[in-house]
Write a protein that binds this ligand. Structure first.
Ligand SMILES: O=C(O)CCC(=O)C(=O)O
Ligand SMILES: [Fe+2]
Length: 363
């Protein structure tokens, strides 16, 4: 098939085929609009070091055992330095992880008309969106995102096909417990006790996204997700064994030199967790959100399922008073999380640039 821009839009967006549909149709050349500018491409020349990055590995069960001090220390150090870590013994069974990846694959494998019903504007609810990034940064990815309000709304609006709703709910429940526990440890380290009323502040807005990254006729020319940091407090990620996520090293140390990109190979059964911008702001910069990106896979499509924990949209995010008192000054101004999110979305994927919106630069 040969697409010009007009029927490319019809095929990919209007008819709901997504980039997956392009590949399934036997596309032999990357359409011009999807060719990334040289500086956005993810390859050796752009310094992505495919070498294995031994990210910190946290044994979650250790938090409740005799080793808990040590586990807490490792967790805090990971959040302060590399901002990304693997977690094992997290409570999500191998079976659920497999079900989740299967559900994602099955969802995207459906004919376009089944997916199209969840497209923005026609979806039965704004909580559920099927889409692709046509017209933004032309990323080589399709997604289905599901916002969590309540079990009732999830049962009413989330897709029941392909086991999506059931399995994503299971994933979210376990992830929520895990996120709360991690935040407890990170906040305790800042001298703040987490109580139930803080759920809204740290995880008042939650969503799960299923991503599919199809192969492309020339994976070096396309990008799965461009350079960005996550906006919220924590992200928990399930991914298959294909790999392709890379992260930017924050500071010189055991993971590489500041500014270097390292690829994070998946560990079967482990979850990958990272810090988002809101937690960097709340902690006055103690915990680091991390720039990351996803390349297009070479031989087989990849799926990933991030669960995003964000402050409630009407929560004012800003550095904790206790931390500012200790540090002597606030590094960020307060703002509604909703405003932060809208600002960041308006900018597209531009590394950690969205944080400039709240950074205090004057002395
Ligand atoms: O697919 C991945 O590995 C990461 C996805 C991601 O960074 C995101 O959805 O924000
Ligand atoms: Fe991300």
């Amino acid at each position: 098939m040969d697409f010009d821009t007009i029927n490319l839009f019809d095929f990919v967006v209007k008819e709901g085929n997504g980039v997956k549909g392009l590949i399934d149709s036997g596309l032999s050349k990357v359409p011009d609009v999807y060719i990334q500018p040289v500086h956005q491409r993810i390859n050796k020349t752009n310094n992505v070091d495919a070498q294995i990055a031994p990210l910190p590995l946290i044994d979650f069960s250790g938090l409740d055992g005799p080793e808990h001090d040590q586990v807490e220390k490792t967790l805090v150090k990971a959040a302060e330095t590399v901002g990304f870590f693997h977690v094992v013994n997290h409570g999500l069974t191998v079976h659920v992880i497999e079900e989740l990846k299967d559900a994602a694959r099955q969802f995207f494998n459906q004919p376009p008309e089944k997916k199209l019903v969840y497209q923005k504007g026609v979806s039965p609810s704004p909580l559920v969106t099927y889409g692709t990034s046509f017209g933004h940064s032309f990323e080589w990815r399709d997604y289905l995102s599901m916002i969590y309000n309540s079990d009732d709304d999830a049962y009413k609006y989330w897709p029941d096909q392909c086991n999506c709703r059931e399995v994503v709910l299971k994933y979210m429940k376990t992830s929520t417990k895990m996120a709360r526990r991690i935040l407890e440890v990170l906040m305790k380290n800042l001298g703040v006790e987490l109580d139930d009323s803080m759920d809204e502040t740290y995880m008042g807005f939650m969503l799960v996204t299923m991503n599919i990254y199809p192969t492309s006729p020339d994976p070096e020319l396309t990008v799965g997700i461009g350079k960005h940091s996550d906006l919220g407090t924590l992200t928990i990620l399930v991914q298959d064994d294909i790999g392709g996520l890379s992260i930017k090293v924050q500071e010189d140390g055991e993971f590489g030199k500041k500014g270097e990109w390292i690829e994070v190979p998946p560990i079967p059964g482990a979850l990958l967790i990272n810090i988002g911008d809101a937690l960097q702001v709340i902690s006055n910069g103690k915990y680091q959100s991390v720039e990351h990106q996803v390349r297009t896979p070479n031989t087989q499509s990849r799926v990933s399922v991030p669960c995003f924990f964000n402050p409630g949209l009407m929560v004012k995010i800003g550095p904790l008073r206790k931390v500012v008192e200790k540090d002597g000054k606030a590094k960020y101004k307060e703002c509604l999380f909703q405003d932060y999110k809208n600002h960041a979305f308006g900018q597209g994927h531009q590394g950690k640039k969205s944080l400039d919106f709240v950074k205090i630069t004057s002395p």
